[in-house]
Ligand binder design. Sequence first.
Ligand SMILES: *Cc1c(COP(=O)(O)O)cnc(C)c1O
Length: 382
Amino acid sequence: MPRPIRATISLPALSYNLQVVRNHLELAHQRCQDKTGNPLRLPFIWAVIKANAYGHGLENGIRGFAQADGLALIDLNDAIRCREQGWDKKILMLEGFFEQADLPYLQENNITTSVHHIEQIKMLEKMPAGKPLDVFLKLNTGMNRLGFRPADCAARFQDLRALQKQGRVGNIGFMSHFSSADGQPGGVDEPVRLMNQATHGLPGALSLCNSAATLRYPSLAFNERDNWVRPGVCLYGASPFDTATETAAAFGLQSAMSLRAKLLSVQHIEKGESVGYGATFTAAHHTRVGVVACGYADGYPRHAPTGTPVMVNGVRTKIIGRVSMDMLTVDLDPVPRAQEGDWVNLWGQNGPHIDEVASHAGTISYELMCALAKRVPVDIEE
Ligand SMILES: *Cc1c(COP(=O)(O)O)cnc(C)c1O
């Protein structure tokens, strides 16, 4: 029998969140139409399933996002697995390809790639013609990780045009990634200006928006071009923002990942006694301590301090003391009837929101989702 810890991945929540994002875009689209009177196109959605679908499992992502227009990821093996699982719509490699040997696989599997580096263009020039690859020219508009300078856009576009004429490149689009869509308002203004300037007069689709930009600035996702948004974290039911108002619940998103574990033991400690490594929590009075079968080796953040919320039998209480490798300890005073064998909900359904746990631990829910450990058995909710 496995240890008494379970993760649950809800496929209906994944599909639901995708629809939430679509509705959000459609509402904003209607408002924009009213203002301009121009026929603006609704964007297509690439569901981002990198990092094992943010820890939810690649296959679960493929199934949960069946209604997406495409899937976006970074690992070529995962992209091929998408095809093997029957995904026949678009697939985008967010970081493109890494070596010449990747290219036949992209061609064979009809995978769209970003092109962000001159070396990639050289590799495309050496690729056999005849099975043209759709590409997105990636521009660096301030993130300063991947992409060409906006000033080089026209020249790189011409390189790709030449490759297009040779039958090596198919459709050419443009993409960029925001560094600050979740930060201060106006954080996307300069990147958008640079992007408009760089692509002015050049035909092709556009892809700019991650979760934060899709939720906060949906009107960026439609203009006269074809547009592709690239939401990730919000599709899994978490918020990309750390503001008090822009919560996952406020956007109507549902948690797709839940984590729970059983109480292994209940300890009674007296005033002045402490709990766990480093004795970081000392009881101010007689306290019932619940020992839970979940630790940092399961993916629960070790940085979660005393006070991080958990739910026991539907009652909200908190972690006390340090999280250890295989166990953590909770305050059972608010739950006098809790006993060994009861489930403790750590995040997701019947638990605190994963964003809350992340915030207590000084991180973001992205990290918690991705860190769910292999050793945790997973139930899939169909
Ligand atoms: C990860 C990623 C996304 C999705 O980001 P979220 O914040 O999870 O929505 C979009 N675009 C690129 C290029 C990415 O790397």
